[in-house]
Design a protein around this ligand. Structure first.
Ligand code: PLP
Length: 396
């Protein structure tokens, strides 16, 4: 189906559906258009683009003392997480991994592959790791050198309390690494407010670029110390940084078109009003969508306190006529691609709030959900009792 334009926002090109997913996500026409030109990776024009990209990303963390630097890395977000852990955690270091969903567990798996020591706090599908738990774990194990926190755990949509995690970490003289993949650019991570050594994100999340690379923003002193730590040639952040500083070039073939698109996305991010405005739009997207879905009888997994403006998990309705695969297809027919859930205990699905969309789009999402339920003969979108009992654990 062809999606009609929304005022102020260009529709996805060629009438493709909106991606209500946590990336790849719906990008602007200008971002897509920026990929229509070829660039020589060694050429001065492209080197200037790389320099601008690094400068613009750094500007987002409010690094007034110029203590941090930005290093882009080819590949998807997981490549950057692996690069960060392999480069900043010394071979004899030990990481406390804070998990409450798939991405925390993937970081733990990455540590296993690296063959470096780690310990895990696993809070299950969605309970937040809290500062006091982190403090207790650090007190109990003096060998821990680093803490790895997931900013927004995209598998449930929970916004983890990184500020209190950071306080607990530095109060005990340890170092914090942050996976801010799905949050950076929309949720503040200013170094003046939250202390950390390094964070990672990728091009196809809240900055609204297309997939192909990610980036690390790290304290320069940590970048210097990272020399010789990495297990991997291509994921060695120190080597990538040193080469970029010296030559202005990426060490290996850069995703030139993706970089061009990302620069356009960064300029649009600034024009919109930066992190605050981007976050406000996503928040409004979420509020409109969640309110509308609740009016239809859907329930969110998380209470409002932990809901992120990034992606929201809903319980599947208990009504026997509800089949997620059919709901998905009906939503897609109406121009909206939603996302399956990742909970282990009860059935769920997710709706993303990020990407080139505004509240007008979200109202149409709710209307599409209403129509889809009617077409399936679902009388009530209320979840099963088991789901509500599961949720009650959050409040406990
Ligand atoms: C918090 C978080 N960490 C890591 C990743 C992994 O990124 P990728 O799938 O691009 O490898 C994602 C992906 O959505 C994520 O949301």
């Amino acid at each position: 189906m062809r999606v009609s334009p929304v005022e102020g926002f260009d529709p996805p090109a060629l009438g493709e559906p909106y991606l209500l997913t946590p990336g790849p996500l719906t990008t602007s026409y200008a971002v897509k258009q920026a990929m229509l030109r070829d660039w020589g990776s060694w050429d001065g024009d492209f080197r200037a683009m790389t320099a601008e990209l690094r400068r613009r990303l750094l500007a987002l963390i409010g690094d007034t003392k110029s203590e941090y630097d930005c290093v882009p890395i080819q590949g998807s977000g997981s490549f950057c997480v692996e690069a960060m852990l392999g480069s900043f955690v010394p071979k004899d270091g030990k990481v406390l991994v804070l998990a409450n969903g798939a991405y925390g567990l993937r970081a733990a798996q990455t540590m296993q592959y690296l063959g470096r020591a780690f310990t895990l706090i696993d809070k299950g599908d969605y309970l937040p790791p809290r500062g006091d738990e982190v403090g207790a774990a650090l007190d109990a194990d003096p060998a821990i050198t680093h803490v790895l926190a997931i900013h927004c755990e995209t598998s449930s949509g929970i916004l983890n309390p990184v500020a209190e995690i950071s306080e607990a970490t530095y109060a005990r003289g340890r170092k914090l690494l942050v996976d801010s993949m799905s949050a950076f650019g929309a949720i503040p991570l200013e170094v003046g407010r939250i202390r950390y050594e390094a964070m990672v994100s990728s091009a196809n999340k809240c900055i609204e670029g297309v997939p192909g690379f990610g980036f690390v923003i790290a304290r320069k002193s940590e970048l210097e110390k990272a020399k010789g730590n990495s297990h991997s040639l291509s994921l060695d952040i120190h080597a990538q940084w040193a080469a970029m500083e010296k030559t202005g070039q990426w060490r290996f073939t850069p995703p030139t078109h993706v970089v061009a698109a990302f620069l356009e996305a960064l300029r649009m991010h600034e024009a919109e009003g930066g992190v605050a405005a981007r976050g406000a739009r996503y928040m409004q997207n979420r509020n409109v969508m969640v309110e509308g879905m609740r009016n239809l009888g859907f329930e969110t997994l998380l209470s409002d306190r932990w809901l992120s403006p990034i992606i929201v998990t809903f319980f599947c309705p208990a009504d026997g006529n509800f089949v997620f695969e059919r709901f998905y297809e009906l939503m897609k027919d109406k121009g909206f691609i939603i996302y399956p859930g990742k909970l282990t205990v009860v059935d769920s699905f997710r709706v993303g709030c990020i990407g080139r969309m505004d509240e007008h789009v979200m109202r149409r999402v709710v209307e599409a959900a209403r129509q889809s339920l009617a077409e399936m003969g679902v009388a009530s979108a209320a979840p099963p009792q088991a789901a509500l009992a599961e949720r009650a654990k959050l409040a406990a």
